[in-house]
Write a protein that binds this ligand. Structure first.
Ligand code: NAP
Length: 295
């Protein structure tokens, strides 16, 4: 359904899975008159152009950033400082800069200093995604029924926050406002730790001897398969997430290790009631996720 455009020209800095999905959704709902991208990847630029996701693509910030009244940073979190240095001098007064990075404190730290007076930074994170990357894998419906977390900066203009919130609502998301520090702690347990566990399990299986490896693949439906999907996620993105949310992730790894040790002990000493109690408690979380329509 086409709606009144919220923005004249949007420029996606990084047109990968998330950037291209939002670009498609903005196109579908008529939320910007023109859609541009700034991306160092020739392949990504070519694909986004060929698929009609963007109207123009370049690796030259001066050619697109001054034109934009909305800039969406969709590059890996580790590239944020480089992005800031590239776009900062070209941002026009009145522009809103938002992002979709999975970590928020580091984005504010790395991008904030490059935002000139008269330009508003509204950091954000869509709780939606897949294990695929690149503009060929994006789709307009990715954000429908999903949460979008905004982590406004101190002293930011509430009107800019409202406008970015409206954008995400119009592409089908529910918006939650959160302190960036709290965001990084919550995501460390709900997203970052599960990915680390998946990478570990699949890595351990990969290190097994040849014949065991074949059986792991053959009998993967017994549980392993679900971990392999998560562990197929983009290595650059996830390297950057762990390096940039180090403190919160190390804290949850510590707690997880203690809980794992407690279960290890229960298994060793045959404490069935400890295992049964734990496994019963965790079922309730699954039911709550299904009830919240986030399954
Ligand atoms: P992606 O598909 O890998 O796309 C990232 C794009 O950014 C690539 O085309 C990349 O080019 C480009 N890029 C790299 N450095 C850049 C720079 N300095 N300036 C401009 N563009 C640059 O990644 P994605 O999955 O969309 O993730 C993008 C962001 O969304 C990340 O911050 C991630 O944490 C966040 N996020 C991802 C998910 C998910 O499920 N994937 C979910 C929520 C949030 P090269 O290929 O040449 O490096």
């Amino acid at each position: 359904m086409t709606q009144t455009p919220l923005f004249d020209t949007v420029c996606f800095v990084g047109i990968g899975l998330i950037g291209s999905s939002l670009a498609r959704a903005m196109r579908k709902h008529g939320l910007a008159r023109r859609i541009l991208t700034l991306d160092p990847s020739e392949k990504a630029r070519k694909t986004a152009l060929e698929l009609g996701v963007v109207d123009a693509a370049t690796d030259n910030p001066a050619a697109v950033i001054p034109e934009a009244d909305l800039v969406v940073v969709g590059a890996p979190v580790g590239a944020t400082q480089a992005v800031g240095g590239a776009i900062g001098p070209h941002l026009a007064p009145g522009t809103i800069v938002t992002d979709v990075g999975s970590v928020k404190l580091s984005v504010i730290r790395d991008l904030g200093p490059y935002i000139p007076d008269g330009v508003e930074l509204v950091p954000g994170h869509p709780i939606a995604g897949t294990e695929h990357s690149g503009p060929e894998n994006g789709f307009a419906e990715l954000f429908e029924g999903r949460w979008h977390i905004l982590t406004p900066v101190t002293g930011g203009d509430p009107k800019a926050v409202d406008k970015v919130a409206e954008l995400w609502r119009r592409v089908g998301s529910q918006v939650e406002i959160m302190d960036p520090h709290h965001h990084d702690k919550v995501l460390a347990i709900t997203s970052h730790l599960p990915h680390l566990i998946a990478y570990t399990i699949v890595g351990t299986a990969n290190d097994l001897e040849g014949h065991m490896q074949q059986e792991v693949i053959k009998f993967s439906a017994s549980g392993f398969r679900d971990f392999t999907r998560i562990a197929a996620s983009d290595p650059v993105m996830w390297r950057d997430v762990f390096l940039n949310n180090r403190e919160a992730v190390l804290e949850v790894i510590q707690r997880f290790t203690e809980d794992l040790t407690a279960l290890q002990r229960a298994i060793r000493w045959g404490e069935g009631e400890v295992l049964h109690k734990r496994f019963t408690e965790t079922r309730a979380i699954r039911r709550a996720i299904i009830d919240a329509k986030q399954a």
